[in-house]
Design a protein around this ligand. Sequence first.
Ligand code: PHE
Length: 334
Amino acid sequence: LKQTVLNKISVVEDLDSLNQIRIETLGKKGPITEVLRGMKDLTAQERPQVGAFANEIRDVLQTAVEERKRVIEDKVLTAKLSAETIDVTLPGNQIAKGNAHVIQQIIEQLEDQFMGMGYQIAEGPEVEEDRYNFEMMNLPKDHPARDMQDTFYITDEILMRTQTSPMQARMMEKHDFSKGALKMISPGRVYRRDTDDATHSHQFHQVEGLVIDKNITMADLKGTLLKMAQELFGEKHQIRLRPSYFPFTEPSVEVDVSWDEVTDKTQPEDIKWIEVLGAGMVHPNVLAMAGVDPEIYGGFAFGLGPDRFAMLKYGVDDIRNFYLNDVRFLAQFD
Ligand code: PHE
């Protein structure tokens, strides 16, 4: 019996069959239990011998069952592990990753550039007071130039800012000029009551620039803008200043960037100029209204449109693309 059962145990491959063998041989109705139960019919001499023999067989078989059980469990586990193995060399699933909006990229590039020149970044409210947006920019209530910027009014005194220029006044008011120059750029959204079309959007962006100190001249303005244009469009691009009018600057200029690179051989008449921003020397009235003495201090200001920069840089012909949130368009600039 012992050997037959041991043989059976050694080949059994699953836990259920093993359990079956255990019940059949070692269980209550099994032969060993039967022998032990039949002890009472034996003589006193026979009893210890038979008992010891039966117990020994029982122990051997029990141990064999236990061992086989461990072996089978081991096999099952190994099989399970190898079936579930992760192949770490397989390429993973590509996770779509977002990126900054193309306008934001241009703004951040400008911020980096101007921070490198010691400018501070000053962001301001999009819902602005008429006082800052217009009056302190030398545009009193009845000024005809207010028509240049069709405005979303919220109340008589509160409006959606039409330009980032109000940040000039806000920053000049706060600045302690005894501690040195004020150099800032102010990026942000602006709003105008325009009908949207390929070149107009009722919401767009501006980056304001302002430098106020003693002895600032138009040459400083030109040098700053040339450097900015060349960093953005490339070393070989040139800028051109044309006389213009803004109520808050005098003199005022409009600034063009050359569409192509300009070399020694380029004929002036061959250069294609693209208007990119407005600028000028800060008007004495603007300084005075912000509490800065125009007899001592002066400086330049400029206002540029990142939307327009992006259109030029990437050849986008419809400004509305920037505001439709169509990822197929936006993902091109990732
Ligand atoms: N704020 C002006 C505009 O929106 C641009 C500008 C800013 C011009 C600063 C000169 C100086 O038209």
